[in-house]
Ligand binder design. Structure first.
Ligand code: 13P
Length: 262
């Protein structure tokens, strides 16, 4: 965590919580963090519900002026047209989404999203002023064959094809072997890859963008291990899956500064 970057704690709900559950969850999350005097300006908190929840979350956040950001888990590479089942960046922008997750490993593996598709989706997000959270990460097999940074670095290079240096982006390093496995990377491992990803940002987008871009770690993040990641200079937050569905656990992750040593 570097002082010039605001940490981001992001909850990727995946295929969980319907719109009624989403309203209850976001309301309780805001109350719980508010009661704990969470410094929302110091540590940004964001949730990523399913598409069908977004309108409800938007309405709640706007009407109650909740200091919680939100975004979608995916978007179409296209803006409109004959693309049955797709959701455009324009629609997400209308719903006041700040962010959109792009290239999550579950989309890459279960929905055959290639690096080219990911790059097109990054362009679509930027066209609509959504901040893309670009996910990269290696499988256990990649790790054995290519070492820790090669695949995430190649994925980031591909995702940034055509992105210019004015872009506001977030990068999430999520080793596939750590997602949902209960076996997180070590803070050292996360830092090593995050530093390599930042070097790519320097090379492709310049020092200023690289210095302000947040790089998140994701993969079995919990309240018990978040502090270790946040002590690393190149890790600026977390993309949390399973633990983001447990209100107390997620609130405790967001309050990582209260944990020992930070
Ligand atoms: P878990 O936190 O459940 O390992 O999931 C991580 C993830 O995929 C977040 O996008």
């Amino acid at each position: 965590m570097a002082l010039n970057r605001t940490p981001l704690i992001a909850g990727n709900w995946k295929l969980n919580l319907d719109h009624l559950q989403a309203i209850a969850f976001v309301q309780k999350l805001a109350w719980s963090l508010g009661d704990a005097k969470h410094d929302f300006a110091g540590v940004e908190v964001a949730v990523f519900p399913p598409f069908t929840d977004l309108r409800s979350v938007q309405t709640l956040v706007a009407s109650d002026k909740l200091p919680i950001a939100f975004g979608a888990q995916d978007l179409s590479a296209h803006d409109s047209g004959a693309y049955t089942g797709e959701i455009s960046g324009a629609f997400l922008a209308k719903l006041e989404c700040s962010y959109v997750i792009i290239g999550h490993s579950e989309r890459r593996t279960l929905h055959n999203e290639t690096d080219e598709v990911v790059a097109a989706k990054v362009q679509a997000a930027l066209r609509h002023s959504l901040v893309p959270i670009i996910c990269v990460g290696e499988t256990a097999e990649d790790l054995e064959t290519h070492g820790p940074s090669a695949v995430p670095v190649a994925q980031l290079r591909a995702a940034l094809a055509g992105v210019n240096s004015a872009a506001d982006i977030v990068v999430a390093y999520e080793p596939v072997w750590a997602i949902g496995s209960g076996q997180a990377a070590t803070p050292d491992q996360a830092e090593q890859v995050a530093a390599a990803l930042r070097a790519v940002l320097v090379e492709l987008l310049g020092d200023d963008v690289a210095a302000k871009t947040r790089i998140l770690y994701g993969g079995s993040v919990k309240a018990a291990n978040i502090a270790g990641f946040m002590r690393e200079p190149n890790v600026d937050g977390a993309l949390v899956g399973g633990a983001s569905l447990d209100l107390d656990e997620f609130a405790s992750i967001a309050r990582f500064k209260q944990h020992v040593g930070l």
